[in-house]
Design a protein around this ligand. Sequence first.
Ligand code: C2O
Ligand code: CU
Ligand code: CU
Length: 460
Amino acid sequence: MSSSPIVLAGAAIATLALVSSPSTANRQAAASTPGPRIVELTLTAAPARLALLPGKPTDVLAYNGTVPGPVLEFREGDSVIIHLRNQLPVPTTIHWHGLHIPSTSDGSALDPVAPGATHDYVFRLLPGSAGTYWYHPHPDHETGYQIGMGLYGALIVRDPNDPLAGIPERLLVLSDSRIAEDGSVHFADPASEAGAVDRENGREGERIFVNGTLDPTLTIRRGEVQRWRIVNAAAARVLRLSLGGRPFLHVGNDGGLFERPVERREILVANSERVELLVRGAPAADSTLTLSTLPYDRYIPQTRPRDWNRERPILTLRTSSAPPVRARPIPERLRHVAWIDTTTVSVRRVFALSQGLINGRTMDMARVDEHASLGATEIWEIENLVGMDHPFHLHGFQFQVLDRDGVPEPFPSWKDVVNLPKHSTARIVVRLDDYPGKWMYHCHILDHEDHGMMGVLEVK
Ligand code: C2O
Ligand code: CU
Ligand code: CU
């Protein structure tokens, strides 16, 4: 690193520090676009007291005092140094969900940070990685608790030549963490029947928070198109989003934009997945649309919540009475996204998901479940053997879904989570490029993950 970076200790919002372009050559290459930077910031994980429900303080755990934590914005090419200060009474980590970065900075359960300690995560964001990601703790057995208490935040990587630049953007970090009437974050007693239901279904809350608030209203002008980056940070809830039944454009998944926008009227976003949408408001001034989540049956009949088939409102989109605007045209082609070349696939693996188990086993931190070669292209068949959904996540590498239940995916997109509906199979292709090390794969229902529905892939 060429010069001493600026430390933003304890900043409430991690405004990004621009330090320098790494080299002159680089600066010239990027003459027309903002060059890569060295960005350094501090995230402090500590107890805090916030007003999440009107008038009622909630004791939370927070990054830099806010829930969600600060939005971290980087650019492709940036070198990033993040100091985690653990002011919790227990070990924690920060995992950079979806980022393709060295395993030593992955923040998995294998590298806990002790209470009172500081740990530095150092990584570079490679070209092509622009997208919407998120960060959260990953301590052994306690991930669900720490995320549920408020430790989660969004991370955006920007493309200096973003094809959608200029379109107004909104970031929606959605979470249904369960808050009791008295304002406290509620976790069921593990010994109770409710605790058993949570272990089965994953913990769900009644209401869906948007960036830590309830029932917000967003405004849009007539004619305006907005780009919504949506993060499902819930422990278990699968969102089936609808904007009053109106069409919108789906332009990106976990690992960034598609090649072309696709029109949809609803979209499934499993917990830990991200989507990017282009939306329009209702055509008439002073009218509203509701973004809601429609019923989605991911449950086994025995523990399916009684009100599973209820539609839940998330936010209101109000078309303002301001004069209409002429929207920027939406490019027909966003970027090039090719299928991973599968002609060199040397390894095929099968991952069988049953209730709480992957390939019949629970997580053992001392065991390596799968051995792989650095640079290999592999096809993984993920089979859900049971009657509830499990979203399967791989650390460190973006993959592509090839097919679901034998039906080919219509176009390639970059993913780090694939939801496996009840009794279904998906095949994914992944290139284990750049970064050797131990990588976790797991069900992202946090209660399942914490009870060991996880394994270790070692890439050498
Ligand atoms: Cu969102 Cu193992 O991670
Ligand atoms: Cu992850
Ligand atoms: Cu699961």
